[in-house]
Design a protein around this ligand. Structure first.
Ligand SMILES: [Zn+2]
Ligand SMILES: [Zn+2]
Length: 428
């Protein structure tokens, strides 16, 4: 086949009807969960000032260092297509004075994000996130609730064998000391690290713990673990988060090397995977944690915050791989066949009557052969076909055909909606 002249940009995809039903289902599940836990929906702008991310997400992160779509506008502003949802939500929280509302403020969002990554399995340059953020609450119960929310969403989507990986990366009190410790351990082994990690050693040694390169893995496995160096407050916080997770019986596993790729986390970080080799290879379905310093960092009042996001495309891929089925949207039970110009005109009006009665009707007004229309009705598997021919259109009647038995009866056209309701046992 010849390549069309225009195609969607590399790593970006149209969402066709086949996938729309997954998006719709996931959105519905997120919305129900959000309503249940008292989250308000927010939609932030697709473009943000570039500095929001360099300051909020961190200059030394892959996202800011390598993956942002940034440009200078004609007016001279530096803008970026949002690569993640937390910094924009914090920006909106501060901008709209939500610090003055009764706390906690709970916000959720669902939308497209952009990162210039190497396109590969489960990674797209335009992808979707569903995010949940809780502002103004420092209790570890919130960390546990955020984890529970994402776990519940994935379970509602009928994904099984989920595992939560969790770690604490400390705070400004205990992390600097641990960083030093890690640094001196890694420095003595610098020659063996991959080139990315040698670079990270200067900017953000914690990120090395995240490296998937085998030679780095061997070194990481012997490295000092932050969990052994938490300050009293962080230690207590983490202990309580785990106790809450035990209480609600969520399956979790401590991962001392989990740091997440962003700079703004403090204390709790988590990721949720499908517990299988493929699930691992694909990466986390959801992840997040606590980021107590971010609001202040971006110019707001000191506000403890926790949250996370789920990757919609990865969830869809997993649902497809596991052949998850869910109830289809309402299918038509009636097919409306017509023959001739007058019948066509009357059909249009009749279709509207059915729509008002909330009965799903299928038609193919473009086709003129009755045979083609009836075979289409057969294919869809409707219960009744209504046939409006030239004679019926003149008489003001319509034929109702029971597709199972083949029985036909003639009814007055103005009574057909009521008649069908009776047959389908729909009460007004
Ligand atoms: Zn490495
Ligand atoms: Zn600490």
């Amino acid at each position: 086949m010849k390549r069309p002249r225009f195609q969607s940009p590399t790593g970006m995809h149209d969402i066709l009807s086949e996938d729309q039903k997954y998006f719709q289902k996931i959105y519905e599940v997120c919305e129900n969960v959000a309503n249940f836990y008292g989250f308000q929906k927010i939609e932030t702008t697709i473009l943000e000032e570039t500095e929001l991310f360099s300051r909020g997400v961190g200059v030394a992160t892959d996202i800011v260092g390598k993956q942002m779509y940034s440009f200078r506008t004609k007016g001279g502003d530096y803008l970026t297509l949002r690569p993640e949802g937390t910094a924009p939500t914090v920006r909106a929280f501060i901008e709209h004075g939500m610090q003055n509302l009764p706390q906690p403020v709970k916000l959720w969002y669902f939308g497209p994000y952009f990162r210039h990554e190497k396109p590969q399995l489960g990674r797209f340059r335009q992808f979707h996130h569903a995010g949940f953020e809780v502002f103004g609450e420092e209790s570890p119960i919130i960390d546990a609730q955020i984890i529970q929310i994402f776990y519940n969403i994935l379970r509602e989507l009928k994904l099984k064998n989920l595992i939560i990986e969790i770690n604490s990366i400390g705070d400004n009190q205990c992390r600097p000391y641990y960083k030093k410790l890690l640094m001196s351990y890694l420095k003595s082994r610098e020659q063996v690290l991959c080139s990315d990690c040698r670079h990270r050693l200067r900017e953000n040694p914690l990120r090395i713990l995240d490296c998937k390169e085998e030679k780095c893995q061997r070194i990481i496995n012997q490295a000092p673990q932050i969990i052994d160096h938490l300050c009293g407050e962080c230690h207590q916080h983490f202990k309580e988060v785990l106790e809450f997770l035990d209480e609600i019986e969520l399956p979790y596993r401590l991962n001392p090397y989990l740091v997440r790729g962003l700079d703004y986390y403090t204390k709790t970080v988590f990721e949720i995977f499908e517990d299988s080799p493929e699930g691992r290879a694909q990466g986390a379905l959801a992840g997040g944690g606590r980021y107590d310093v971010l609001v202040k960092l971006l110019g707001g009042k000191d506000t403890p915050t926790a949250g996370g996001a789920a990757g919609i495309e990865r969830i869809i891929d997993t649902m497809k791989a596991r052949q998850v089925r869910f109830r289809k949207e309402r299918e038509p039970v009636i097919y409306l066949a017509q023959l001739g110009t007058l019948a066509k005109r009357k059909s249009l009006k009749l279709l509207e009557d059915f729509r008002k009665a909330k009965i799903q009707v299928s038609e193919s007004f473009g086709r003129d052969s009755l045979k083609a229309q009836l075979s289409r009705a057969d294919k869809i598997g409707v219960k009744y076909t209504l046939i409006l021919g030239q004679k019926e259109a003149l008489d003001g009647t319509i034929i109702v055909r029971n597709m199972k038995t083949g029985e036909q009866e003639i009814v007055k056209i103005e009574k057909v909606v009521r008649e069908i309701k009776k047959k389908l046992k729909i009460r007004n």
